[in-house]
Each structure stands twice: as C-alpha cells, then as structure tokens.
Ligand binder design. Structure first.
Ligand SMILES: Cc1ncc(COP(=O)(O)O)c(C=O)c1O
Length: 415
C-alpha cells in the first residue's frame, strides 16, 4: 500500500486555497532523500549529486537540493539559465546535453559548467565554437546489450547517446593535446531500474574502462559520473531501492578495481532525477464526472498535459482517494482526463474504492518527469506547483498558467 505524504485534513485546507489540479511536493521527503544519498556515498570524499533539472525544473526545488549540497545536471540552454538564476555556479553545473547547438556550448562555457561531450565529433565542434575548458567529461556507450543477471535492462547499441570506447580514448587524447587537464567519464545505460544491482554493475564496468583509458591516454581522471537511472517503486508491489546498499555496492567495485590501480582519488558523481524526486510529488486532482458506458469512467480535472507518463509509456501511477486511503478496492474504473485522446487515462481498469464526484484523488510518484513533461494539447494550461514545507504550511512555488500566457506568443500578429 502507498500512503500519501499529505493527510486528508491538510489537503482540504490546501484545496480550499489553490484550485486543482496542481503538483504538490514534500520538502521533508526531498531533504531526507538527499541526505540518505549523500550518506550512502560519504565513503567517497569527492561525491556529488548533480540533480537532473529535466526531472523537476522548479527553482524552489532546486534551491532545496542546493542547500543539501547537490549540484545540477542541465541538458539545454534554458535549463542552464534556470540553474544560473537559482545561484548554481561553475563546477556545480554539469552540462550533459546531446545534439548540442553552438550557443549552448558557448553559454555553458560562460557559466563555467562542466561539459559532458556526447559525441566524438563534438571535440572538433567545441573547439570551433568556443574555448576548450580545463576539465571535461565524455559520455560512454558500450554498445551491445546491457544485461543485469537475466534481466535485460536496456540496449545501448540502439541508443543515440554516447561514444564508443575507441572514440572515447581518441577524444581524451585529442582533448589532452588541446590543453584539457582533468577528465571525467559518464554513462547512463538503463532507466528506472528497481534493483540495487544497477549502479554497482554500471560502476564496475566504468571503473574497468577507466583503468584501460588512463593506461592508454595517461590523463588525470577526475571523476566518474554514474548519471541517472536509479528508479522508484511506482507500483506498491515493487520493493524500493535501498540507497545505502547501492552506495556500498559501488564502494566495493571502487575498492576492487580503482584503488588497486592507483585511482583512489577519483570522485563519484551522480545525476539522479527520478530517485530524488518522484516519490516526493503528488498530482492532486478532483473528480468532475462519473460516466458509465462499456466501462466505468471517473473524469478528473487533470489530464495527460499534467502527467504524460501513463499516456506515453502506459506507466503505472498509484492512485489514492483522499480520506479513503485504506478503504477496500471494490470498484473497477478508468480514471480519465479531458483530452481528445483515448490514451488520456491515469488508470485503466483499476481496482479502487468507490469514488464520488467531488472526491480528491492523489496520483503518486509524480515529483520527477511529471510537471516537466507537460504540454498544452487542447489548449489545456500548465498547473501550479505547491510546496508542502517541513512545518506543515504550504507555499506556491509556480503559479498556474493563464489564457494570457497561452496567447502571449501570438500577441501582436495578424490573424
Ligand atoms: C543525461 C541524463 N542524466 C540524468 C538523467 C536523469 O535520469 P533519472 O531521472 O532516471 O534518474 C537523465 C534522464 O533522462 C539524463 O538524460
């Protein structure tokens, strides 16, 4: 069973002030998560989490993570601008982009962000469009199939990201000749892994690569970036990842591979998004209609524009009914939004307690890749974001869009 981080009484107060739908975030949970991560990797003195801004590009959330010692991972110019506005500086910003326009490299250089090159061809491109930094990282793609035990997690050979081992070695040599002093290796091989084995397996592979690359290039290896990919238990039957065990698993690989090869100063970096934020966000929505045809439909005031994952990936997001969290699931419903798309469904044929018009639904695990994947189909507007603070009070951290926002980009043009 999944228990919401907000009580019925709290939600009644919040929804009396702010109209639904909105995304609600739990400050206490976010801080505790960041502390648990930092604790799990405290054996590595250079450890740093660079929170993936794409997961939750909301300044108040980034500020909380900054206060907990995190940096940020940006993938675009506007994400870089947001990081800068929030007060992240230079090496606290990782720029892990791909297919990168010239002006984004230039802006990343102006901010002093650490650039993580996605392609061997970007060495020459970077040199042509801006200056070469002192520290740089390259993204590795081993090709083949990334298997964990018997579970195939992903297929690097089909992924557009990263460079081959031969390209990475050549990139390091070229960059060293261009004056780079310190190097990093980055890789992201599987998304939303719900197993404590992913990071340790990835780390071992990257540590072995690192030994080979340092031998071949004689560069100073500064860090290894394990990127994102640690998942969350969206489904209540799944066992959540244990970050202490994951940190320990990476430590064992580090001590088995890097330490004996004289690489015991290498910093470990992460770029987690989902693991840090997903459980600490709820999408709050009210029931507008109950419709019965060949199925029983519950129509809510949120739609896929507020949370795309179910429509896009058929992803499971658990749903609680405020005040009926522990009631028996006696009914079977499709929970739907108002878009003119039949995939606009938060749940299909889901067993739930009986729902009445006016009930408040809590859609779980929406704190990462939730609001940020929003869009405006059917001219539906983006919702507000609200922070449930540690003292139990709430704070509006992003207002809802208005029709004026929607029309702003066509203002002044002839119809
Ligand atoms: C380069 C990079 N880093 C980090 C992340 C965050 O991944 P996750 O939210 O799964 O941890 C992503 C996600 O797409 C990514 O592309």
């Amino acid at each position: 069973m999944k228990i919401p981080f907000v009580t019925q009484a709290q939600l009644e107060t919040i929804t009396a002030t702010y109209p639904t739908p909105f995304h609600l975030y739990d400050e206490k949970g976010i801080r505790e998560k960041a502390r648990a991560l930092n604790q799990a990797f405290s054996w590595n003195s250079g450890f740093k989490e660079f929170f993936a801004v794409k997961a939750t590009p909301t300044p108040a959330i980034l500020k909380i993570l900054q206060e907990e010692g995190c940096g940020v991972d940006c993938a675009s110019e506007v994400e870089l601008m947001m990081a800068h506005k929030v007060g992240f500086e230079g090496p606290a910003i990782m720029f892990s982009s791909n297919d990168t326009p010239a002006q984004e490299f230039q802006y990343a250089r102006a901010l002093g962000a650490t650039i993580n090159l996605d392609a061997y061809e970007h060495v020459a491109f970077l040199k042509a469009v801006t200056t070469i930094p002192e520290t740089i990282s390259c993204r590795y793609n081993p090709g083949g199939v990334f298997a964990l035990g018997t579970d195939i997690m992903d297929n690097p050979q089909d992924s557009k990201f990263g460079m081959t081992k031969a390209q990475l070695i050549q990139a390091f040599k070229d960059l060293k000749a261009l004056g780079v002093k310190k190097f990093g290796i980055h890789s992201f091989l599987a998304s939303n892994t719900v197993t404590n084995a992913y990071y340790p397996a990835l780390a071992r592979e990257l540590f072995e690569l690192a030994v080979e690359v340092v031998q071949a290039t004689e560069v100073e290896l500064d860090f290894i970036n394990l990127s994102g990919g640690i998942g969350v238990n969206y489904h209540p039957d799944q066992t959540p990842n244990d970050i202490a065990k994951i940190g320990q698993g990476v430590r064992e690989a580090y001590e088995a591979v890097l330490t004996p090869n004289g690489l015991d100063q290498v910093k470990i970096f992460t770029e987690l998004g989902r693991f840090m934020l997903a459980p600490h966000g709820h999408l709050i929505t009210k029931v507008l209609h109950h419709k019965q045809t060949y199925r029983d439909y519950i129509g809510v005031d949120a739609s896929a524009v507020n949370l795309l994952r179910p429509a896009m990936y058929d992803a499971y997001h658990h749903i609680s009914i405020s005040g009926k969290e522990k009631a028996a699931a006696t009914e079977v419903y499709d929970v739907v939004g108002a878009l003119c798309e039949n995939n606009d469904k938060f749940a299909k044929q889901r067993q739930l307690p009986e729902i009445q018009v006016g009930d408040t639904l809590i859609i779980h695990d929406t704190g990462a890749h939730g609001f940020s994947m929003g869009y405006q189909y059917n001219a539906k507007l983006r919702s507000a974001e609200i922070l449930l603070q540690e003292d139990g009070t709430t704070r509006l951290i992003r207002r809802a869009e208005t029709p004026e926002d929607y029309f702003a980009t066509i203002e002044g043009f002839d119809f």
